[in-house]
Design a protein around this ligand. Structure first.
Ligand code: CMC
Length: 383
């Protein structure tokens, strides 16, 4: 394929519409979940409401929301001992294993004990979606506690999805603002049309494979630092900048100049669709700063550094931060270990993935595009 002009570069399927969805719309200025704009949802909905909206297809009535929340709370205890003790064993025996890999392994194991595993019908898939949603925080929390040398704890049915996730990881009941900041971050992360991990899940589902297989593939895709792994990478980058500039020998400007000269990708910046800014980023930055100022003032400095980096990036390259940039600082201010940032993303995006897997199965045709061959001309094996 010849790409003489930059705008004709369609590598990575850039600019190509490759299917339809009723789950989500993304354009330069808006992100819409089943008709509702993200800023509206972040300001007015809970994560449970958004999860219901994505999975079931409409805004829940208060009765539907109560039943859904209660069902999720009950399902939190549904994982077998085999899954949880394996997660703990991995933490003991290979503590360096990335939590995304451990989560992928745990979900693969959980598939064997899910009675609906091989059933791709809509009722079974909705049940599986809820089970996955309810139990992913249990896997994440159990793994983190085991890494910390602590025994696992039971979910608290009185807590929201977001608050229970924090409880399971830390053993401390989160305050109101911590629970709300986590809730908002989960709302912002829940869905994003045909992003790489969701597209992966749809490709797997399109072969008539099952939901757990599609979710395992999606976790693999999300882990990369060009996608969900960017929230961890963004925080690691800020830590590097803080360390390199701490002595005063190097300024933030000089650090950035060096990065530009080395043609480094700055993590948490840029987006395939949003060329004028990812408006999720501003929403999460504001919540992160609010949390830092109220609960952990020492961490306010990370947002100041982030703002400086953001300004240089915009002035020099006209590239805006994406949602992963403030996410790194926000989770850091909340004291969450960096390697758990992307698994927390999974605790949210599981709703979007499952909504897409169900949509794919309900109107399926195998996803099998074509490739333009660029290899040698026809050769003779014995020639
Ligand atoms: N740092 C430095 N340069 C960048 C960056 C960045 N973060 N992002 C884009 N550019 C440059 C890119 O190198 C290219 O330059 P050139 O024309 O000289 O080759 C130009 O900007 C245009 O890039 P693009 O075509 O807009 O990039 P893309 O659509 O192929 O990739 C991206 C999008 C998000 C993978 C990329 O911006 C990137 O690698 N960002 C850093 C990783 C990151 O933050 N990922 C999170 C994505 S959003 C949320 C999520 O999925 O979790």
């Amino acid at each position: 394929m010849s790409t003489t002009k930059k705008e004709a570069d369609t590598r990575g399927l850039a600019g190509q519409t490759i299917g339809e969805t009723a789950v989500c719309a993304v354009n330069q200025t808006q992100l819409i979940y089943r008709g509702y704009e993200i800023a509206d949802l972040a300001a007015n909905a809970s994560f449970e409401e958004v999860a219901f909206l994505l999975l079931v297809g409409h805004k829940p009535s208060s009765g539907e929301l109560d039943a859904f929340s209660e069902e999720l709370a009950q399902m939190r205890s549904g994982l077998g001992e085999g899954v949880l003790s394996t997660v703990e064993r991995i933490a003991r025996e290979t503590p360096d294993a990335h939590p995304m890999d451990v989560l992928r392994t745990a979900i693969s194991l959980a598939a064997h004990e899910d009675p609906d595993c091989g059933d791709n019908g809509p009722e079974a898939e909705l049940r599986k979606s809820k089970r996955l949603l309810a139990t992913i925080p249990v896997i994440v929390g159990t793994h983190q506690r085991a890494l910390d040398g602590l025994p696992r704890i039971e979910s608290d049915p009185s807590l929201s999805h977001a608050a229970n996730l924090l409880w399971l990881m830390t053993g401390q009941k989160p305050g109101e603002i911590a629970a709300r900041v986590m809730d908002v971050s989960l709302i912002l992360y829940a869905e994003h049309d045909f992003n790489a991990s969701t597209f992966t899940s749809r490709v797997i589902a399109s072969t008539n494979s099952d939901m757990h297989s599609a979710v395992c593939g999606a976790i693999g895709a999300l882990k990369g630092n060009l996608h969900g792994g960017a929230n961890e990478a963004a925080m690691e980058m800020l830590k590097d900048i803080m360390e390199d500039t701490a002595s005063g020998d190097m300024t933030v400007d000089a650090w950035m100049e060096r990065a530009f000269a080395e043609k480094r990708k700055l993590m948490g910046f840029g987006h395939r669709v949003y060329k004028n800014g990812d408006h999720r980023a501003g929403i999460l930055r504001d919540w992160g700063i609010r949390y830092a100022e109220q609960e952990n003032p020492d961490t306010r400095k990370w947002f100041d550094l982030g703002d400086a980096v953001q300004k240089i990036m915009l002035d020099s390259k006209n590239i805006h931060p994406n949602v992963d940039f403030p996410c790194g600082m926000t989770y850091f201010a909340m004291g969450i270990p960096v390697p758990q940032y992307t698994p927390i993303f999974v605790a949210s995006r599981i709703t979007g993935w499952c909504a897409h897997i169900m949509e794919q199965h309900q109107n399926n045709r195998i996803i099998r595009p074509l490739a333009e061959y660029t290899g040698p001309e026809l050769l003779e094996w014995n020639g």
